[in-house]
Design a binder for this molecule. Structure first.
Ligand code: NDP
Length: 289
């Protein structure tokens, strides 16, 4: 079997277009503020891409750059200012933060109505308790959900319209990806197993799954012989190898020989993350204003 590649670029472009069209109908310009602390090169690239995409969709976007040696009080003051600014609808604090800063404490001060990364306890709690996810299609939703898991759900829908009863393994239990994607999959009626670094015999767990979502951060960890024939693989991982190549958490060629569909890295989940960030910002702006 040679797996169908699950393209993330076209659906991301489609979603960005829908967001831009919605923005054009609004009487106000939704505002996104990105807070970048320090000079981590990968974070700088992500922030530049978010900035470009947000501008192209018609959002007012500002990037607040703070030096790497910023104090907790300084970053909290920036977040408080953005919380209070009526022109700002979405606030994204680019993670990771430098080690002297307490990221959890920063996130805890975000206004949940502007928390477009879905990381506050309020939004995570709403998602965990089964509240509907806020989106352009569901303006009554109350949970702002993390962008990458939302992108995963869109890509899965493109190859498998119904997840009802599907056995899904999520590898990783982070607040940003693993946990929220498991909750969204459960809400979509899949039977979900969350696995992590202490899981016994992960390959055997994976072989039982119809769908494997890998969000680990370990290059090419998921091997072809971990998969049931015809499984679907959603690879969230972005890992840069010593030779400069970007690879996912799944060994693409091996997995593609067994799977029925698989996301490439790059060009799979990554582009969807940014498109979902724009959607979250615009949906949050409509809900708040
Ligand atoms: P974290 O480091 O926060 O979480 C990684 C998870 O993987 C943890 O739950 C950890 O388990 C688990 N894990 C680590 N080693 C193993 C192992 N050997 N076997 C099983 N599980 C393991 O990462 P994130 O969730 O933030 O990100 C995961 C990946 O996704 C990264 O490569 C990141 O770059 C990428 N990413 C991509 C995005 C995109 O837009 N495409 C957006 C966000 C992230 P434990 O909890 O036990 O430590």
């Amino acid at each position: 079997m040679t797996a169908q590649p699950i393209d993330g670029k076209a659906p991301a472009a489609l979603l960005r277009g829908r967001v831009a069209a919605r923005v054009a109908t609004l009487a106000f310009q939704p505002g996104l503020a990105v807070v970048l602390v320090g000079d981590d090169p990968a974070s700088a690239v992500y922030v530049r891409n978010k900035d470009k995409a947000a501008q192209a969709a018609g959002l007012a976007v500002q990037t607040i750059r703070l030096p790497a040696n910023s104090t907790q009080a300084e970053i909290l003051a920036v977040v408080a200012g953005l919380n209070a600014d009526p022109a700002v609808d979405g606030i994204l604090v680019q993670l990771p933060l430098p080690p002297q800063l307490d990221a959890d404490a920063v996130i805890a001060t975000l206004d949940p109505a502007k928390d477009v990364d879905g990381l506050t306890t309020q939004n995570a709690g709403r998602l965990a308790s089964g509240a509907a996810v806020l989106s352009l299609d569901a303006p009554g939703g109350t949970a702002l959900a993390p962008c990458t898991p939302r992108g995963v759900m869109v890509l899965l829908a493109s190859v498998q319209p119904s997840l009802s009863g599907a056995r899904v393994i999520v590898i990783g239990r982070s607040a940003l990806v693993g946990r929220p994607v498991a909750q969204m999959l459960t809400a979509a009626d899949a039977t979900v197993t969350i696995t992590h670094s202490r899981t016994r015999d992960l390959p055997a767990e994976c072989r039982r799954a119809d769908i494997v979502v890998a969000a680990v951060g370990r290059p090419e960890m998921v091997r072809g012989d971990w998969l049931a024939p015809g499984a679907v693989v959603i690879d969230v991982g972005i890992n840069r190898l010593a030779d400069g190549r970007l690879v996912g958490d799944a060994a693409y060629d091996e997995c593609a020989a067994v799977a029925s569909a698989i996301t490439p890295v790059p060009g799979g989940v990554g582009p969807m993350t940014i498109a979902c960030l724009l959607e979250n910002t615009v949906a949050a702006s409509i809900a708040r204003r």
